[in-house]
Design a protein around this ligand. Structure first.
Ligand code: TYM
Length: 491
C-alpha cells in the first residue's frame, strides 16, 4: 500500500494518540466527488466530513462540515469575526503540502473549525491527503487531536425541496389545448418521474384577479380538478388541491410583498397586458398576482415549475423574491426554473397571438367533441397559396399537427412534404388534424364523464390534497416568519 507522506504522518499521529481509525483504498478510477466516495462505502452523505481550506483577511482556516450541509456564510463570518471569505487557491494550499479536494482532517498548522452537526455522527468518512484513500474515525476522537473549535455555521442542504414541483391553472373555464400541451403534459411527465414530489393546484385566488362569475367559480374549480384526474394526474403520486384551501399561500404572499416595489410590478408585461384588457379592474390583487404566484411556488420550496413560456416573467419575479428573501433573512429558498414541454407556446386558432381562454375563437377545449373540433380547425385561416415559409394559420395547423402526431411522426412528415411540394390540400390536413386531436382527447372525455358522477371520490381527493399541501406549506411559512422575526411564543 503506497501512501502519501501526509497520510503517513496522519496515521502515525492517530496511532500514537490511540485513536481508532480505518483507512480504505478506493477504486483507481473513482471520481473525486464526495458523493462517489460515499456511494462506494454504501453510506449516506451525512456520514461524510469534508475539510475545506478557506481564505480570510486574517489568513487561512480549515472548516470541517458534514457532506449533506452547506456553509452559511453569514454565520461563519460572525464566528470567525471576518468580512471576507473565499476558497483558498491551489498556491495557498501548496505552501502547506495540500491539494484541493483531498484535504485531510489534521496534519497541518492551520486553525480548524468544525461544524457542530458533524458531532451528531458517531463516525465519519473523511479525506486523507491521498486521492485514493478515505479515513473513517469518530469526530469526538478527532477533536482531541486536531483541537478544532466547534461552531454552528452550516445549514442542511434542502435536497428534498429541489426535487419539488409545483404548478397551477386558473379556473376561468374549461382547459384548452394550450393548457393541456403547455402545462398538463409537463405535470404528467414530472409526476411520473420518481425524482420529484409534485404539487398541482387550481388557482382560484388568481382567478378572481380579473372579472369572474362568483356563482360559477366553485364548479369551474372542481371541473379543473376533474380534468386533472382525467388527464392522468394521480392523487397517489401528486398532491392535487385548491389554492385557497391552503391559506399559507396568501400569508406568504403578503410577507413577500414587503421586498418588491410597486414600480417593479407595474412594469411587468403580463400586468400591462391585463391592465389593458380590463381597464376598469386594475386592482391591487392584479398588481400582486406574480407575488402570490411566487408564494405558491416557494411555500413548497419548489425548484421546478411546469408552465408555458408566457409565465416566464412571473418566474423571474419568483426568483427575484427568493434571492431577496435569502439575502435579507438568511433563508435557503430555491430559485425556481421553468420546466418546458414541447407545447410551451400553442398559437391561437385565429393565426395571431397565443391560444387563450380570454380570446374567443382562439382555442379548442379538451372537452370539445369531434364536430366542434373539426369546425374550429376548418375555420383556421389559410392562404390560397401552398409552400414557402409557414405563417399565420398555416403555422398554427402545423404546430398542432406536430403536437398531436408525437406517436406517428411520419404523418407530420407526409403533410410537410405535401406542403413543400405545393400539393397539399388544406382541407385534408385540417380534417386529419381534427381527428388526431379528438383521438387523444376522447379517452380523457370519457374519464371526465365517469369522474363527474363520482362525487365522493373527487371530494376526497380535494380534502386530502389540501391536508397534505398544508403540512408542507405551514412548515415553510413558520420558518420564514421566524427568520423575519414574526414568531411569538405567548402560549
Ligand atoms: P393560466 O391559467 O393562464 O394557464 C395555465 C397554464 O397553461 C399554460 N398556457 C399555455 N401554454 C402554451 N401555450 C398556450 N397558448 C398557453 N396558454 C396557457 C400557461 O403557461 C400555464 O402554465 N399564472 C398562472 C397560474 C399560476 C401558477 C402558479 C402557475 C398561479 N400560481 C404557480 C405555476 C405556479 C396562469 O396564469 O395560468
Amino acid at each position: 500500500m503506497t501512501m502519501s507522506d501526509l497520510m503517513d504522518k496522519i496515521k502515525k499521529q492517530l496511532d500514537q494518540a490511540g485513536i481508532k481509525h480505518e483507512f480504505t483504498k478506493l477504486p483507481d478510477d473513482i471520481s473525486m466527488e464526495v458523493e462517489a466516495h460515499m456511494k462506494f462505502h454504501g453510506r449516506a452523505l451525512k456520514f461524510a466530513m469534508t475539510n475545506m481550506v478557506l481564505k480570510t483577511e486574517k489568513g487561512l482556516v480549515v472548516i470541517q462540515k458534514r457532506g449533506d450541509t452547506q456553509i452559511d456564510n453569514k454565520k461563519l463570518k460572525a464566528l470567525l469575526n471576518i468580512k471576507r471569505l473565499s476558497l483558498a487557491s491551489e498556491d495557498d494550499l501548496k505552501k502547506f503540502g495540500l491539494a484541493p479536494g483531498i484535504v485531510p482532517p489534521l496534519g497541518y498548522d492551520i486553525p480548524i473549525y468544525m461544524d457542530k452537526r458533524v458531532l451528531e455522527q458517531e463516525e465519519v468518512y473523511t479525506g486523507t491527503g491521498d486521492r485514493l484513500f478515505t479515513l473513517k474515525l469518530s469526530p469526538d476522537d478527532l477533536i482531541k487531536l486536531n483541537k478544532a473549535t466547534i461552531g454552528d455555521f452550516t445549514k442542511l442542504e434542502d435536497t428534498q425541496s429541489t426535487g419539488r414541483v409545483l404548478s397551477g391553472i386558473r379556473a376561468t373555464g374549461k382547459l384548452h389545448l394550450g393548457n393541456y400541451l403547455g402545462a398538463v403534459k409537463g405535470f404528467l411527465e414530472l409526476q411520473n418521474d420518481p425524482n420529484y414530489q409534485t404539487f398541482y393546484m387550481v388557482v382560484d385566488l388568481h382567478t378572481v384577479t380579473t372579472p369572474y362569475d362568483e356563482k360559477a367559480l366553485k364548479e369551474s374549480v372542481r371541473n379543473i380538478i376533474i380534468d386533472y384526474l382525467a388527464c392522468g394526474l394521480d392523487p397517489d403520486k401528486s398532491t392535487l388541491f385548491i389554492q385557497s384551501m391552503v391559506p399559507e399561500h396568501i400569508e406568504l404572499a403578503y410577507l413577500f410583498s414587503t421586498v418588491m416595489t410597486v414600480a417593479r410590478m407595474q412594469h411587468l408585461p403580463t400586468f400591462k397586458e391585463k391592465a389593458k384588457q380590463y381597464p376598469e379592474n386594475v386592482s391591487m390583487a392584479l398588481l400582486n398576482y406574480p407575488v402570490l404566484m411566487a408564494a405558491d411556488i416557494l411555500v413548497y420550496k419548489a425548484g421546478l415549475v411546469p408552465v408555458g413560456i408566457d409565465q416566464e416573467p412571473h418566474l423571474e419575479i419568483a426568483r427575484e423574491i427568493a434571492r431577496k428573501m435569502n439575502d435579507q433573512y438568511n433563508l435557503n429558498l430555491p430559485e425556481p426554473e421553468r420546466f418546458a414541454t414541447a407545447g410551451e407556446y400553442i398559437p391561437s386558432l385565429t393565426g395571431e397571438g397565443k391560444m387563450s381562454k380570454s380570446i374567443e375563437g382562439s382555442y379548442i377545449n379538451i372537452t370539445d367533441d369531434l364536430e366542434t373540433i373539426r369546425k374550429k380547425i376548418r375555420s383556421v385561416p389559410t392562404s390560397s397559396e401552398v409552400g414557402g415559409e409557414k405563417q399565420g394559420g398555416v403555422a398554427v395547423l402545423f404546430s398542432l399537427l406536430e403536437a398531436f402526431t408525437k406517436n406517428s411522426p411520419e404523418e407530420y412528415k407526409k403533410f410537410d412534404e405535401l406542403y413543400n411540394n405545393k400539393s397539399l390540400k388544406y382541407v385534408e390536413l385540417k380534417d386529419f388534424l381534427a381527428e388526431a386531436i379528438y383521438e387523444e382527447l376522447k379517452p380523457i372525455q370519457e374519464r371526465i364523464k365517469i369522474l363527474e358522477k363520482d362525487t365522493e371520490y373527487v371530494d376526497q381527493v380535494i380534502k386530502e390534497g389540501a391536508q397534505k399541501a398544508r403540512q408542507v406549506a405551514s412548515e415553510t411559512l413558520t420558518e420564514i416568519k421566524k427568520a423575519m422575526g414574526i414568531d411569538y411564543d405567548y402560549n
